[in-house]
Design a protein around this ligand. Structure first.
Ligand code: ADP
Length: 165
């Protein structure tokens, strides 16, 4: 049984994230999507970790081998605890690469044997990020193609209200 971890901020989960999660679920036996705190973004999250977990739970409910969790610590340690063989990350462009490569090497040092598998973004999701969703939503644009249908209205409501709950 091969377990992998899909880590991220998911602030909020987008169709780009969902694509990587679905493809990971097709490749591996068990996928744990884990909401983490990115050191560089920790003061700018729009949604609490609980909200981000709830959104992911609703969006992944129909994928049987996917579970959702939250963890505030070292990814390499979390992977060890879960017996994961790899971390799966989505790559959008060269700009993602340098950061992701550094993370992958760090995780390898901290947890020998932990692989990082890079899945390339699809052409239509290449531009998509949680920041784009929040920006478009804040300015009243249509985020219908950017986030899963299940959570679209909740995101619109929360971004319109502003701040964290
Ligand atoms: P982080 O704060 O750790 O960068 P994100 O939530 O921004 O977390 O991203 C989590 C993962 O999802 C990363 O591997 C990122 O490259 C990937 N990802 C984000 N958006 C897309 C997208 N549109 N297509 C493919 N992968 C994506």
């Amino acid at each position: 049984m091969k377990t992998v971890i899909c880590p991220g901020s998911f602030d909020p989960v987008t169709q780009g994230h969902m694509d990587i999660i679905r493809r990971s679920a097709a490749l591996f036996d068990r996928v744990i999507v884990v909401v983490m705190t990115n050191y560089h973004k920790k003061n700018s999250y729009a949604f609490s970790a609980e909200e981000r977990v709830h959104f992911l739970e609703r969006c992944t409910a129909s994928i049987p081998n996917v579970e959702v969790d939250a963890y505030d610590g070292l990814l390499a340690e979390y992977a060890r605890q879960k017996g994961a063989v790899a971390v799966v990350k989505g790559l959008r462009a060269v700009s993602d690469f340098e950061y992701e490569f550094q993370q992958a090497l760090t995780n390898q040092k901290l947890n020998q044997g932990l692989e990082t598998v890079f899945v390339t973004a699809t052409a239509e999701n290449m531009f998509l990020s949680s920041s784009v969703v929040k920006q478009v939503c804040e300015l009243g644009g249509d985020i219908g193609n950017f986030v899963p249908e299940e959570i679209r209205d909740d995101i619109i409501q929360r971004i319109k209200r502003g701040g964290q709950s």
